[in-house]
Design a protein around this ligand. Structure first.
Ligand SMILES: Nc1ncnc2c1ncn2[C@@H]1O[C@H](COP(=O)(O)OP(=O)(O)OP(=O)(O)O)[C@@H](O)[C@H]1O
Ligand SMILES: [Mg+2]
Length: 329
């Protein structure tokens, strides 16, 4: 295999959280040994329910935060200290797109000015060349150059996210980390913005870490998908394979929750309490909600390892002849 663009190994990230003003701080283990790699030009989709550690993974991959354990290698070199000069210059090669485009844009500047901002920060091109680059970027994301004189509040939600994308690709980054980039958008424009991601990737060839709780959205853009549960990756494989034949009991529940019109598919209703990273169960993190768990699941953490077909699964039961099947309610 070629050297991956991003190679993250065994990332552990803990936060301290206080319950009330006088409460004792408790440790929240947001990530508990996440490893992932992304090749140049590849899109990895990261899915899982709220609080499982997706955004934390994104921040660590971008070097915005340091892991407590583990390492992130970008283009063959360890991630520099956040805020250092080395880190700032590296940031031109990795950009992010967050959920809320209005929050990501400066209300006092026109979107044209904001799209040119990273060019000035990273000293790319001469000031005279930048307006032409701005117009080309706006066209690449489906905005008209004359819309560059507008302020963020004068654009629709979809147009704002296009502007954010134009700014993110201005420095020709090799990696985009996109954290729920379509979930704040109107359903009618989500599909357009998803298509735009595919187009931009084909045109500019950057790698993308695409974070979403929506497995279907992820499938549309990704070559590989990783499913997270309580700070760990529990399954990783080709999106269609994971969607049609999920191997991990948690992925089965996630897939069964996707509405499939006319198929009469039954939804697996998970039993037990929602996961709490401040109170991790021993053994497999999913075992308290798993209908097929056996004794080993309560004591031994299953490693993420390849199944006979190459699919990576962290489940004691998924490596035998027949994968475990969660029953629909
Ligand atoms: N700065 C922080 N301080 C304390 N706890 C944090 C902090 N950041 C994240 N956490 C906790 O770490 C866990 C993982 O959070 P994270 O934001 O990565 O989840 P997520 O998968 O992105 O969720 P969502 O889908 O809701 O965005 C959560 O339990 C969260 O409360
Ligand atoms: Mg998040």
């Amino acid at each position: 295999m070629n050297t991956p663009l991003i190679d993250a190994k065994n990332l552990v990230r803990r936060y301290e959280m206080r319950r009330g003003i006088f409460g004792k701080p408790v440790e929240v283990r947001a990530l508990d040994g996440v490893s992932l790699h992304i090749a140049a030009g590849e899109t990895l989709g990261l899915v899982g329910e709220s609080g499982c550690g997706k955004s934390t993974t994104g921040r660590l991959v971008l070097g915005l935060e340091r892991p407590d354990q583990g390492s992130v290698i970008f283009e063959g070199a360890p991630m520099p200290e956040p805020g250092s000069a080395e880190w700032r210059s590296m940031r031109a090669r990795m950009q992010m797109v967050w959920q809320d485009p209005l929050g990501a844009l400066d209300r006092r500047l026109t979107i044209g000015e904001q799209i040119m901002e990273p060019l000035a920060i990273h000293n790319l091109g001469t000031p005279a060349e930048r307006p032409a680059r701005r117009d080309a970027l706006m066209q690449a994301v489906g905005l008209r150059p004359d819309q560059g004189s507008r302020y963020p509040h004068e654009l629709s939600g979809g147009q704002r996210q296009r502007a954010v994308l134009a700014r993110a690709i201005a420095t020709d980054p090799r990696l985009l980390v996109c954290d729920e980039p379509i979930s704040a958008l109107d359903v009618s424009i989500q599909a357009q913005v998803m298509n735009l991601f595919v187009e931009l990737q084909q045109k500019f060839g950057m790698a993308i870490l695409f974070i979403s709780h929506d497995l279907r959205a992820v499938r549309q853009v990704s070559q590989r998908v990783a499913v997270m549960y309580l700070g760990r990756i529990v399954e990783e494989g080709e999106p269609d394979a994971v969607l049609h034949d999920p191997a991990h009991p948690y992925s089965q529940a996630l897939v069964s929750a996707i509405p499939a019109p006319g198929k009469g598919k039954k939804r697996i209703v998970l039993q037990g309490d929602p996961p709490n990273p401040a109170d991790r169960p021993p053994g497999c993190p999913f075992h308290p909600r798993c209908a097929v768990a056996v004794a080993a699941c309560r004591s031994e953490v299953p490693a993420l390892k390849p199944r006979h077909d190459g699919r990576l699964v962290a489940c004691h039961l998924a490596h035998g002849d027949a994968a475990p099947l969660m029953r629909a309610a």
